[in-house]
Write a protein that binds this ligand. Structure first.
Ligand code: NBP
Length: 475
């Protein structure tokens, strides 16, 4: 075979990734798709790419130079399993199968274990950036073995997005580590989007500004510390007029947010790891709440505040919202990195958190200036136990916390839901509290379940004889 890399699955993501690969010096790309029409169309539309087409997996395997390296970009789930099985039949030990789809990381762990038995390398690689990223340069999060990374690294580096001269790809860790980190990326994306949506809602309902006027606010914010792709596209969406109604597009879009499951996976994973990823959870729940029209109709008549609080100074309020957004964003990212750290410990992955923040600076949906600050925090202290306690973030939170409180107070007073703002603030206050009412919870647990408690003044575990003479015994 003559091709150094192959792509299986030529729907929009696979076709774009194949074109990206073909456009890089030194690559010859073999392409295969279950139904031959897609392959023919891709070849017809992109003769410049010099693709080597295959119409069976046998032909595909024969077209690849050894060790064969193929990236699967088919529908996640059963289709991915089917393609892996088919490639395992025609590949040989030392070859590399990459799953670039959106797999759930436990599936990747399972597939890696099964494929490894055959001597073939299996790499689950999270690829972020959507269609455009696949074509022009995505952020890539590969797992799998060190051996596979030797071959795959240079190829992936050649097609990845570039941030400040560095390709946005790094070997995340073994087996499912790449898909795990991609999952958390999406969870953080949910939180970031929800925070921006809450900021918009608060400004709109607080000041009465139009979406087009609020677009200018976001455009302005995009020139400061909030600079990011999501803030940038928010301005674009808010500016958009609807041709049919002549009004803002955002006012005619049905207000029920969809989800493909990666936010829920992140929250489920965080729960089982015992990591309080409350910002991501609130963002995921906010989408669920929006998507229950029957419940929203049932609640529509429930009372809100009798008198809406007036805003004395709308411009000052907008600045408060900006600071609250930045503070809440710091919390969401800190929580996301905690999920990665806990997942790495649980699964035995050695994940460089600073490197993760660097490969998210370009190509992916959460790309932002802000990620440089995270990279700097981990560079200064690789073992940082809590991202938001790093000096830069601690200072920013200290600066923003008064505004954050005013915004959450206004939201609750006005009856405007701001679950991600409010829960992030509660998380911040919970962490910094000298004493938590967890002491009372422990007392309750000891009362009804004899679960025992520890004391602040001496070591050991203790139980109060609640149904006896209420003396304390050591257990
Ligand atoms: P789709 O997810 O729509 O899948 C279509 C592809 O899967 C076609 O090539 C189709 O072949 C193939 N396929 C199916 Br369906 N069942 C198959 C089977 N049993 N055996 C072999 N092939 C099968 O494509 P996509 O939207 O390009 O996404 C590809 C992957 O990338 C997915 O995992 C998706 O979740 C992920 N994705 C990522 C992003 C991102 O931003 N990172 C965006 C979009 C998608 P056919 O032509 O013969 O039907």
């Amino acid at each position: 075979g003559t091709a150094n890399i192959g792509v299986v699955g030529l729907a929009v993501m696979g076709a774009n990734l194949a074109r990206n690969l073909a456009s890089r010096e030194g690559n010859t790309v073999a392409v295969y798709n279950r139904s031959p029409e897609r392959t023919r169309t891709l070849l017809a539309e992109h003769p410049e790419a010099g693709f080597v087409p295959a119409y069976s997996v046998e032909e595909f395997a024969a077209s690849l130079a050894r060790p064969r390296t193929a990236i699967i970009m088919v529908q996640a789930g059963a289709a991915t399993d089917a393609m892996i099985d088919a490639l395992v039949e025609v590949f040989e030990p030392g070859d590399i199968i990459v799953d670039g789809g959106n797999a759930y990381f436990p599936d990747t762990i399972r597939r890696e274990r099964a494929v490894r038995e055959t001597g073939i390398n299996f790499v689950g690689a999270g690829i972020s950036g959507g269609e455009e990223g696949a074509l022009k340069g995505p952020s890539i999060m590969p797992g799998g073995s060190d051996e596979a990374w030797q071959t795959l690294g240079p190829i992936l580096r050649s097609i990845a997005a570039v941030a400040e001269g560095e390709p946005c790809v790094t070997h995340i860790g073994h087996d499912g580590a790449g898909h795990f980190v991609k999952m958390v990326h999406n969870g953080i994306e949910y939180a970031d989007m929800q925070l921006i949506a809450e900021a918009y809602d608060l400004i709109r309902r607080g000041t009465g500004m139009s979406p087009a006027e609020i677009a200018e606010v976001f455009a302005e914010w995009n020139r400061g510390e909030l600079e990011s792709y999501l803030i940038e596209i928010t301005a674009e969406v808010l500016r958009q007029e609807d041709a049919a109604s002549g009004g803002p597009l955002v006012d005619v879009i049905l207000d029920q947010a969809g989800a493909k499951g990666t936010g829920a996976w992140t929250v489920q994973t965080a729960l089982s790891l015992g990591v309080p990823a409350s910002g991501i959870a609130e963002a995921t729940f906010a989408r669920s709440l929006s998507s229950h029209p029957e419940q929203r109709a049932a609640a529509a008549g429930l009372p809100g505040p009798a008198v809406a609080p007036a805003l004395a100074d709308p411009a000052a309020f907008i600045e408060d919202v900006r600071q609250a957004l930045y503070a809440s964003k710091i919390v969401a990212y800190s929580q996301g990195f905690d999920v990665i750290r806990a997942g790495a410990a649980e699964h035995g992955w050695s994940i460089d958190l600073g490197a993760v923040s660097r490969i998210w600076r370009a190509g992916c949906i959460i790309r932002a200036q802000f990620l440089n600050r995270i990279a700097e925090a981990y560079a200064a202290e690789p073992g940082l136990p809590l991202l938001l306690s790093a000096p830069y973030f601690a200072e920013a939170l200290g600066r923003g916390q008064a505004a954050w409180r005013r915004v959450v107070a206004h939201a609750t007073g006005a009856g405007i839901p701001a679950p991600a703002f409010a829960s992030s603030l509660a998380y911040y206050d919970g962490l910094r509290a000298e004493r938590l009412p967890a002491a009372l919870v422990q007392g309750q647990r000891d009362f009804f379940g004899a679960h025992s408690y520890r004391r602040v003044d001496r070591p050991g575990s203790f139980h109060t004889l609640w149904s006896g003479d209420r003396s304390e015994v050591e257990v």
